[in-house]
Structures are given as structure tokens and as C-alpha cells.
Design a protein around this ligand. Structure first.
Ligand code: FES
Ligand code: MG
Length: 580
């Protein structure tokens, strides 16, 4: 420990550092867990913020993960305290896990600030758990390190690899097209999810794990080590050691989460072919820590970056192969060698810059981590669209889209909401052809509510049967990071907030121009105004719980990260008044 290290005043001393009534109360009840006196004598107290839940299957192995973090904390002279927070699992939680991302973030923020904690380890995995915990921690801003649960092993079906989520979309289209039986479809379930861990495609969970690593909030290799690989547990152990040092160095989250680190993450997202959901989550995290991030940053920093990671849904391989090929450090090395890493000197949690961490990272497989001049897509990144149909923006992921459709003009086939889509799409008499543009309304933050991942509408069965593989689709929804297609998402403002998406009619012409960043409804301003004037605004369906009401009233639009208006910002780590 350096002289500098010793000077940091521990916030936990405000609980355990006094020999009086308050100190008695704070220590005494803790001692009912069998904790000896010396644990309270000035050791850094490290929270382990655990999203373990058997209802979040992707995070169901986190108790074991936490044990390994604890070993590292003890080894470094810290005192670990594990605590649960709301766990939002993507696969089970209805109407959508996105609805409770902000709820979980509030839980995290209040748990950290209100408790004796000098540093915190965030155990994250399933899609929303990563942004929720980073958002909550950013609003407190104490030393923080991310440990991800890791991806599942490759899925298997009939001797071949299949990818989480992506296989479901593909197999379901095959059932609808009559190419496979329902028996075979159901039979694929177990092979699809073979081990502990998160989705093994470059879906939102893997994307956000890569975002956490490229933001500098985790140790190198955190994103890709498989959940069941012993090295995942070594990384957890090393993260436990490191967080104790970070407390001694007062290396707070705000020193890591700078604009430079966000710009690195945006470009890494392009290089890995990451999920569109990252646009919303990074904005929300940035808002909490006080970094100004705009949709146009995705164009300025991300567009034009080659996608060099050949993973589903954009490419061929899965996270297991990604790790064996060199993982995210390999990608960052390749970017740095090619002078396309925006900020090599950005600081990371281990106290080194991202370039110091990755400049000699080996790459073992150039099919999985391609060279910059042999990308799977030259123009990766997220395409930001604007126009009279999306005045506050919309997004499209070029690496998952059909190149020929990225410049397209077609007639709208409109669905008023998700239920209308589900009933109408099956109609054999639906007036639709391969050039039509499928438009779905009322699936945004307020409209669903919670902005569900329903934007990748399946194609009409009659077109699937005719061999059509992709069509332009537009909505105010999100889509799963495991999904693919020429899908325009996050249209803002959403229909339920009065956005022009709500006035589109069957047969309207729509222009999509990805290169020009344009999304236009081909009606005059007068016609637009006339339709808006007679528009009847509905309300979100279903039972509105107290939390859902709060959500609908306070959620910001997609371009602002879908945080609650009252949660944006860093409220600091000052210790609240005594409880008794
Ligand atoms: Fe949890 Fe995909 S459902 S990571
Ligand atoms: Mg997902």
C-alpha cells in the first residue's frame, strides 16, 4: 500500500468506526452472522451486488461466482458483503424486462448509498442487469467493478452449432414456412441452452458485457470467458482483489466513465456487430454519470467502422469461439493497431489504459476476429435515421440488415399495436408483397409499456412460403440483440407520445435511406398536420400497476435512453443520516 493509498477515508467508518450507541447497533446486528471483531476495524467493505435468481436463468450460477469474488476480497484484506437486488431476466419477465431496468437501477442506487460500503462489485449477465447495475452505481459513484456471468456454451442441434435467440427466430420462420415440423422445433429447446450463462450470440447480454469491458469498468476478458470455464472464476477472484485496491486508490466510477471511454465503447460496438439496445443503455448510463452522449455520436464515432467479429446474428460464430479466438482484447488490439481505437489512453479499472491492457493481446483465429481489411461488413455500427417519420431519431443495425433493402421505398402495411400485428399478419388475404414496409405502432416506452423487443416482426407466412427472407420493418419498439433483418427501431417520439408514427396509414409511401440517414413518410406537411389534428390518442393496454403508472409518466424517449426523468444524474455517495 502506498502512502497515497492510506489516506482514503472509508465511508463504512461512518457506520462501524465509532465506539458509541450507533457503532454498537451497526456492528452488533452484523455479528449475528458470525463476523469477528477485527473485520470492523478499518477494512474496506466491499458490496457484492448480486442479480442471482432462478427466474433469471442466465444469472442462476451467480452464488458460486460471488463466492470467488469473496475469496479475492478476503485475500486483499477487504470485508465482502453480498446483497441481492431486483433481477430482471429477459426470458421470463413480462411484459418486458426493459420495463424494470429503471426499477432495478433504483434498487441498486439506494442499496449502495444507504449501506456501509466502500466499493462495489456488480454481478451482471442477462441483458438488462448490466445497464441497470451500472446506472444505479453511476448515480452513487464509489469505486465499482463489473463481473459478468459469462456466455453459455455453444448451442447444439443435429450436430451443428445453434445460437441463443437467433436459432429461435430462424426455426420459427422455418416452421411457418413449412420447412420443419413443430415436433423438431420443440425438440431444439434443450440443445439451445446447454449450460449456465447468458445468450451465446452477440445479443444484448454479450454486447453489454463487451460495452462494460470497453468502457473500462471490468478486467480484460470479462466479456467472453464462458460461464462454465474455470477462468471465469479466476476473473471473479481477481476482480475481488482489484476492488479492494481501487477503494484504497479512490478510483471511483466517474474516473472510468468519461466521454472518451463511451466513444471507445461506441466504436467497439461497431467492430463487434453489437446490439441496437446498446444505444439506449449507454445513453442511460452516461446520463447517470453526467456524460453528454447524443445519437449523433453513434454516427460520428461508430459509422464506417468495419465489423470484424464474425458472430451471430450478423455473422457465423458464437461467444465460445470468440473467447478462444482472443476475446475482446484481441478486437481492441486489432482496432488499436489499425489506428481506429478512438482513445487508447482511456483509463480502466485495473489502473492501466485500455491500450496497455490490450496492445499485445493475441488473436488465435482470424475467421472469428477478422482483419480490418477483411471485415464481415465494411460499414458497421448503428445507422441513425431522422426525418418526418422520426424527428427525434430511429436506429438500424446495418450488419444485421440486407444491403439491398437499406435504400428502399415501399408502401406501408400498418399494425396499430402488437396484438393487431399478430392477428393480421396471418391473414392470407393481407395486401402485402416483398416491397411493402411493415409498420407497427404503440410498442414504445409508454406504449407497450416498456418498449418490448417486438420490432423484428416476423414476415407474412405467404411471403415466407414464397422464399422472401427479409423486408423493411419500422416501429417504436426495440428488438432482441439476437435478431436480424432490415429493421428500423426506436422511432422517437413513439406513437403513444404523439409521434408521427401514429398517423401512418396503409398504402402510405415510406422512404428509407440508410446512407443518407433518412426515414420519411411521403405526405405533405399539410397532410401531416391534418392527420395529427384528428388523431385519437389511445393508452397503453393491460393492467397498470403502480410501478407501470410511474413508468409511463416519467420514462424518457428512446433518444434519451428511456431513463426516468427524475433519475438522470449522479447524486453522490454522501452518507445519509443515522437510522436510529
Ligand atoms: Fe438472458 Fe439472453 S435471455 S442473456
Ligand atoms: Mg436479448
Amino acid at each position: 500500500m502506498s502512502e497515497n493509498d492510506k489516506k482514503v477515508k472509508l465511508r463504512s467508518a461512518e457506520w462501524f468506526g465509532t465506539q458509541d450507541k450507533n457503532g454498537f447497533m451497526y456492528r452488533s446486528w452484523m455479528k449475528n452472522q458470525g463476523i469477528p471483531d477485527h473485520e470492523f476495524e478499518g477494512k474496506p467493505i466491499i458490496g457484492i451486488c448480486n442479480t442471482w435468481s432462478e427466474l433469471t436463468p442466465c444469472n442462476a450460477h451467480f452464488r458460486k461466482l460471488a463466492e470467488h469474488v469473496k475469496r479475492g476480497i478476503y485475500e486483499a484484506g477487504g470485508f465482502p458483503v453480498e446483497f441481492p437486488v431486483f433481477s430482471n431476466g429477459e426470458s421470463n419477465l413480462r411484459p418486458t424486462a426493459m420495463l424494470t431496468r429503471n426499477l432495478a437501477s433504483m434498487d441498486v442506487e439506494e442499496s449502495i448509498r444507504g449501506n456501509p460500503m466502500d466499493g462495489v462489485v456488480l454481478l451482471v449477465g442477462c441483458d438488462k442487469t448490466t445497464p441497470a447495475l451500472l446506472m444505479g452505481a453511476a448515480s452513487v459513484d464509489i469505486p465499482t467493478i463489473v463481473v459478468t456471468g459469462g456466455p453459455m456454451l455453444n448451442g447444439k442441434l443435429n450436430g451443428k452449432n445453434i445460437g441463443s435467440g437467433t436459432a429461435v427466430w430462424q426455426l420459427h420462420e422455418q416452421v411457418k414456412a413449412g420447412e420443419i415440423s413443430m415436433h423438431d422445433f420443440i425438440g431444439a429447446e434443450a440443445g439451445h441452452s446447454r449450460s449456465a450463462g447468458t445468450c451465446n450470440t452477440m445479443g444484448t447480454a454479450s454486447t453489454m458485457a463487451c460495452m462494460a469491458e470497453s468502457l473500462g469498468t471490468s478486467l480484460p476478458h470479462n466479456a467472453a470467458i464462458p460461464a462454465v470455464d474455470a477462468r471465469r472464476y479466476v476473473l471473479a477472484h481477481m476482480s475481488g482483489i482489484r476492488i479492494v485496491e481501487m477503494v484504497k486508490q479512490d478510483l471511483k466510477l466517474s474516473k472510468i466513465l468519461t466521454k472518451e471511454n463511451f466513444e471507445n465503447a461506441i466504436r467497439v460496438n461497431a467492430a463487434i456487430g453489437g446490439s441496437t439496445n446498446a444505444v439506449i443503455h449507454l445513453k442511460a448510463i452516461a446520463g447517470r454519470i453526467g456524460v453528454d452522449l447524443e445519437l449523433e455520436d453513434w454516427t460520428r464515432v461508430g459509422r464506417g467502422t468495419p465489423t470484424i467479429v464474425d458472430l451471430l446474428p450478423s455473422g457465423r460464430f458464437l461467444m465460445e469461439e470468440f473467447y478462444y479466438a482472443g476475446g475482446l482484447p484481441g478486437v481492441i488490439r486489432r482496432m488499436g493497431d489499425g489506428n481506429i481505437l478512438p482513445h487508447p489512453n482511456a483509463l480502466t479499472v485495473n489502473g492501466k489504459t485500455i491500450w496497455e491492457n490490450c496492445n499485445d493481446a493475441p488473436i488465435y483465429d482470424e475467421e472469428v476476429i477478422r482483419t480490418l481489411d477483411n471485415p464481415i461488413r465494411k460499414d458497421g455500427g448503428i445507422c441513425i435515421l431522422r426525418g418526418n417519420l422520426a424527428p427525434r431519431g430511429a436506429v438500424l443495425k446495418p450488419s444485421a440488415a440486407t444491403p439491398e433493402l437499406m435504400q428502399h421505398r415501399g408502401k406501408a402495411v400498418v399494425f396499430e399495436d402488437f396484438e393487431h400485428y399478430k392477428s393480421r399478419i396471418m391473414d392470407p388475404n393481407l395486401d402485402v408483397d416483398k416491397d411493402s414496409v411493415l409498420v407497427m405502432k404503440n410498442c414504445g416506452p409508454k406504449g407497450y409499456p416498456g418498449m418490448a423487443e417486438v420490432g423484428n416482426m416476423g414476415l407474412p407466412p405467404k411471403l415466407l412460403a414464397a422464399g422472401v427472407k427479409d423486408m423493411v420493418r419500422i416501429s417504436d419498439a426495440r428488438m432482441s440483440g439476437t435478431a436480424y433483418g432490415t429493421v428500423v427501431l426506436h422511432v422517437a417520439p413513439e406513437a403513444m407520445a404523439g409521434g408521427p408514427l401514429g398517423i401512418v396509414k396503409d398504402g402510405d409511401w415510406i422512404t428509407l435511406d440508410c446512407a443518407g440517414g433518412l426515414l420519411n413518410l411521403e405526405i405533405s406537411d399539410e397532410e401531416m398536420a391534418a392527420r395529427q389534428a384528428v388523431r385519437v390518442q389511445g393508452s397503453a393496454p393491460g393492467p397498470k400497476t403502480g410501478y407501470q403508472q410511474l413508468y409511463i409518466e416519467h420514462v424518457l424517449q428512446a433518444d434519451e435512453g428511456c431513463d426516468f426523468d427524475f433519475l438522470v444524474g449522479n447524486r453522490g455517495s454522501a452518507v445519509p443520516r443515522h437510522s436510529h
